[in-house]
Design a protein around this ligand. Sequence first.
Ligand code: 13P
Length: 263
Amino acid sequence: MRDVIVAANWKMHTTPADAGDLARTIAGRTREAGVIRVICPPYVCLAPVAEAVADDDPPVAVGAQNIHHELAGAYTGEIAAPMLAGLATWVILGHSERRRDAGESDALIGRKLGRAVDAGLRPILCVGEQLEEREGGRATDVVDEQLAGALDGHDAAALAAAGLVIAYEPVWAIGTGRNARGADAAAMADAIRSSLEGRGWGSRAADVPVLYGGSVTSANIDEFLTEPGIDGALVGGASLKPDEMAGIVARAGLTARARSAQR
Ligand code: 13P
């Protein structure tokens, strides 16, 4: 049975002075058995967030929003995966905002994926199409290409053992208040697992958690989590609001309980 995961991507919000309090508040309001909670603050807030949630039960994981594709060197302003030891256990890779603003290619994201796995970080690989690609009927092909570019050349068994998570985040749904339809997200989750199956993952593909991201709120999370192929959410704007996170994780708790009852 796949993990149920709610990951908070705080993007470029919060400061070391306020991040710990926000993380503690969210942690205290989202304790749901069977739901993996992950908070991904800016790098400079990793330490205060990790400290704030250290004793929470069930545990809250802390993730970074990016890593560099090299281990060390002359890369001004960058952070390498091994530097996150003791600060983070998860990492978001290939977010569309980094593809857009930092020009990250699928191949580069694939190199980061290798660094993440080597450093023991659990990766959330983001994929998703632009609006014109969806309107042109190419959404599935675009996502398939993103998966191929980032995953080919990696050992499927090693990525599966590292707990690879895929986040389907249609670019047109991010920060727009216009979420995808649950049925479309579920169809893409199926397409993602078929793509993995066809590129060396075989039956392991069925075990890969697929999250939906893009204007997720407590009001629309139900639409996604009623889909059996969707295992949680990668939440942006709403993840900074404790009320919203409480609603989203509570709904994820229903899915986790239903799944454990099926076992
Ligand atoms: P929003 O939830 O703000 O649309 O952001 C989604 C996202 O990009 C999460 O990584």
